[in-house]
Design a protein around this ligand. Structure first.
Ligand SMILES: Cc1cc2nc3c(=O)[nH]c(=O)nc-3n(C[C@H](O)[C@H](O)[C@H](O)COP(=O)(O)OP(=O)(O)OC[C@H]3O[C@@H](n4cnc5c(N)ncnc54)[C@H](O)[C@@H]3O)c2cc1C
Length: 535
């Protein structure tokens, strides 16, 4: 069963090796394990619903608790402490676009707020009910998960938007097809959620971000049904899909989505390459990204992340041997690690990897072969489970992410890292901070920074520290001219920083679009653009 106050299925755990526990204690201090609220206690705190009973709504405390929060660190503190904050007054589980339409009409009549819910994997406060806006219903899309239409000639597949990653791929696999959208939250996140947050999958270098995969669909808005027909390309004015991408549940509910699918690849390889230092790794990665090779993934871990990954990996003896060999070849302390993925036919994979490794070698890259790649592939969706075990030990882990042109990447990265490193000094606490570039483009890259710190002695203290760190990192991103989000979206947490990026005219245009589709403000209030907060 899915954990109600952490990540993933409760039958899966991911142990933190002893040497990593020792290292973390050395880097940020010895932790004190928290005492979390049990489920029964959290359920008792669910208040009575403010809505009258209705056959199409669930009022059970467990449904309401399980839909009260997403997966941000703030959400974790709330759920683990049992001080959850506002709950949805009920949860709806529509089974068709008609059900959603009826729900919207009812919500408009009764002035009830609706919060679309895909997998609840948001890390920016997207799915949390707002305080003081009246009753709200969370719209869980999980029952709309079928493959509705498959046009194999055009390689277009239409799904119910509540389909989760594994379910979607399984339904396509039966036809020898693949979507290829693999965010790390793949296990639970959904097609509708990906579109509504402009998500990016780990192999976006080949398959593209969700913007490229989303061909069209159907959105039920408070003002009516918006149909988005599929064309390979169109010059018929502005593309209305762009209003839906990143709309974060504010425009309406995406009920059906058509995606561009591909033949399942014949071959896929992931290879690890070490570099003596960050500069070499960065130069090689940029050169490879700009060569536009047939690769599916480039992921460059800066030295601190490479060190942390190696510390967290099991197989200690094997790793020691590998590290000794790499050191002998010239990459010791301060080494960076590039993971290169290639996916396609036998020939394209060989060609892509050969060319990429040749470029890497020009920058002193040392191939560690497939061992690293295989290890990464094995753990690609297991890594989030580490958050559970680290929390149980007494550590909070969070991430911030942005993107910038290549010329600005070092500045943005350094600003974010130093904001996070210094962030807890007023509490005499330390953070362990490390970064990778995970989505590399010809003109720039995403920058993904993880930070780990000790839980405070109370949930309030942890929350206060996290909020401070998050604010400092976000301010650093804005000041260095990075985007406030490359892939996680805006939600509540990033909304104060959006005006700096979009400008006053841009924000008012956005507001105008939201108002057009939702004049009475039924949809997911407070997300994306803060209501009543003008830039
Ligand atoms: C461990 C972890 C790893 C992650 N890794 C990645 C990653 O690699 N790449 C990435 O891009 N993101 C990642 N995320 C962030 C998150 O998974 C994405 O934002 C994802 O797209 C959210 O999908 P969801 O279905 O869970 O949506 P939810 O969290 O349920 O909702 C997110 C937003 O979308 C809206 N929404 C959801 N469904 C619909 C719908 N049908 N119609 C209208 N609006 C809707 C909601 O109202 C909300 O505003 C990660 C999160 C976690 C916790």
């Amino acid at each position: 069963m899915r954990r109600w106050n952490g990540w993933g299925d409760d039958s899966h755990t991911y142990a933190v090796p002893q040497r990593a526990q020792t290292a973390f204690a050395e880097w940020v201090g010895a932790p004190v394990p928290p005492s979390d609220a049990p489920l029964e206690q959290a359920l008792k705190a669910v208040p009575p619903s403010r809505l009258p009973s209705a056959s199409f709504l669930s009022f059970t405390p467990e449904d309401r608790l399980r839909h009260a929060r997403g997966q941000s660190l703030g959400d974790w503190v709330a759920l683990r402490s049992g001080v959850v904050g506002p709950f949805p007054d009920a949860v709806a589980f529509p089974e068709s676009s008609d059900d959603v339409r009826a729900l919207l009409d009812w919500a408009k009549r009764t002035q009830t707020r609706l919060i679309p819910w895909g997998g609840g994997t948001s890390v920016a406060g997207h799915v949390n009910p707002e305080r003081d806006v009246g009753p709200s219903v969370t719209v869980d899309m999980s029952r709309m998960s079928k493959l509705l239409k498959l046009d194999e000639t055009s390689r277009l597949a239409t799904f119910g938007a509540g389909v989760s990653g594994p379910d979607l791929e399984a339904q396509l696999r039966a036809h020898g097809l693949i979507l290829g959208h693999f965010p790390q939250s793949f296990e639970y996140s959904t097609l509708g959620g990906w579109i509504a947050t402009r998500s990016s999958g780990q192999q976006s270098a080949l398959y593209g971000r969700i913007e490229k995969l989303f061909a069209g669909g159907r959105v039920e808005t408070p003002e009516g049904t918006l149909q988005l027909p599929c064309f390979p390309a169109s010059a018929a004015g502005p593309d209305l899909r762009e209003m839906v991408l990143g709309s974060e549940g504010r425009l309406g509910v995406i009920t059906e989505a058509t995606v561009r699918v591909s033949l399942a690849p014949a071959r896929e390889e992931f290879v690890g390459v070490f570099f003596p230092g960050w500069e070499e790794g960065l130069a090689a990665s940029r050169a490879i990204a700009q060569a536009r090779l047939p690769l599916s993934m480039l992921r460059l871990s800066a030295p601190e992340e490479a060190r942390t990954m190696l510390t967290l990996a099991g197989h200690e003896r094997l790793l020691r041997a590998l590290e000794a060999w790499i050191r002998f070849r010239g990459a010791g302390e301060g080494k960076a690690l590039l993971l290169i993925g290639s996916t396609g036919t036998e020939a394209t994979v060989s060609f892509g990897l050969d060319q990429a490794l040749t470029l890497a070698k020009k920058h002193a890259g040392i191939s560690a072969g497939r061992t690293f790649g295989a290890q990464w592939t094995k753990n690609r969706f297991r890594a989030p489970y580490l958050r559970n075990t680290l929390w149980d030990l007494g550590y909070a882990v969070d991430t911030v992410e942005t993107a910038a042109p290549w010329a600005a990447v070092p500045k943005v990265l350094n600003s974010v890292e130093s904001a996070l490193r210094q962030g807890l000094s007023r509490w005499n606490e330390k953070t362990h901070v490390y970064t990778h570039l995970s989505h590399l483009y010809a003109d720039g890259s995403s920058i993904y920074t993880t930070y780990l710190f000790r839980l405070g002695s109370t949930p309030e203290e942890t929350l206060e520290r996290w909020r401070y760190l998050k604010a400092k990192a976000s301010e650093a991103i804005v000041a260095a001219k990075g985007t406030i989000s490359h892939q996680h979206g805006v939600g509540v947490d990033h909304a104060p920083y959006l005006p700096a990026e979009k400008g006053a005219l841009g924000i008012s245009a956005l507001r105008g679009v939201l108002k057009h589709f939702d004049p009475s403000g039924v949809m997911n209030p407070g997300k994306l653009v803060r209501d009543g907060v003008m830039p």
